[in-house]
Design a protein around this ligand. Structure first.
Ligand SMILES: [Fe+2]
Ligand SMILES: [Fe+2]
Length: 271
């Protein structure tokens, strides 16, 4: 199976780039399944149902969220209406929506998508992500109930993300980090067959501070005093993520490549 995972879409510029480029990538790379992290797609904070619709129309099969899952209040209802939207498994016991779902591609193959939030350096403590993903992977064995399993590990610390990769090795086709918005150069297939990249990076303008116009973050770092709200940077966007090929029998990764298309970080794709 050929799968593309795109990291956090940042604001209007990120949405426009996904709408502009994803249909072409989907066709050119003959993608069977596409996951897009949408937690920052609406003004950099959360995701509205209208903007989720735009990501699906561009070619996403599944949209994952993150710690900003419910910054846009209409997502509290929208996630119950559209099961293609996934929030973290361990967000809260009372959160609407779900943290994992099995999708079926055009050829009937089953793909599990799950998301967990890390605990290191995050805004608040969440339930244990390791036991949460363990329970989900045990009930969806790779090469058995599902032909592919994709885990979005949404956290700040690369150490926690790498530990999650090892924890899921052999049980997931891909473990990919989101949330930090900066792609990591550690793309690899782990010994048990799990594709891994510590962070997918963002679909946003890299002449910025993690996708936000640099003026206000710079002011806060330099002077310690905030004056305005953060706003997403509007320059040329790099679509960042991971391209994955899997074996349909075992569910294991056979190829994993970093993807950076357009904007300042562009590089060649998998073809
Ligand atoms: Fe994010
Ligand atoms: Fe986040």
């Amino acid at each position: 199976m050929k799968i593309l995972f795109l990291g956090d879409v940042m604001g209007r510029a990120g949405r426009a780039a996904v709408a502009d480029k994803l249909p072409g990538l989907r066709a050119a790379w003959k993608l069977d399944f596409v996951v897009v992290n949408g937690e920052n797609a609406s003004g950099g904070m959360g995701l509205t149902s209208a903007h989720a619709k735009g990501l699906f129309e561009a070619g996403a099969d599944c949209v994952t969220l993150g710690d900003h899952a419910f910054d846009q209040k209409d997502m509290l209802q929208a996630i119950e209406r559209d099961s293609r939207i996934i929030r973290p498994l361990n967000y809260s016991k009372v959160a609407p929506g779900r943290g994992a779902r099995v999708f079926t591609d055009g050829r009937g193959r089953k793909i599990l998508v799950a998301q967990v939030l890390g605990n290191v350096f995050m805004r608040r403590a969440f339930d244990d992500p390791f036991s949460a993903i363990d329970a989900t992977l045990r009930t969806h064995p790779l090469g058995g109930a599902v032909q592919a399993a994709l885990v979005d590990v949404h956290c700040e610390a690369t150490s926690e993300k790498m530990a999650m990769g090892h924890f899921c090795d052999g049980r997931a086709s891909l473990v990919v980090g989101t949330h930090t918005h900066i792609p990591t150069a550690d793309t690899q297939i782990l010994p048990g067959g799990t594709g891994f990249q510590g962070d997918a990076g963002m679909c946003g303008d890299y002449y910025s501070v993690i996708g936000m116009d640099k003026t206000e973050p710079m002011r806060r770092f330099v002077t310690g005093m905030g004056r305005e709200r953060f706003t997403p940077a509007m320059g040329a966007v790099t679509l960042s993520g991971v391209y994955l090929e899997t074996d349909d029998t075992t569910g294991r990764a056979t190829r994993v490549e970093m993807v950076r298309q357009g904007g300042r970080l562009t590089q060649a794709g998998p073809d």
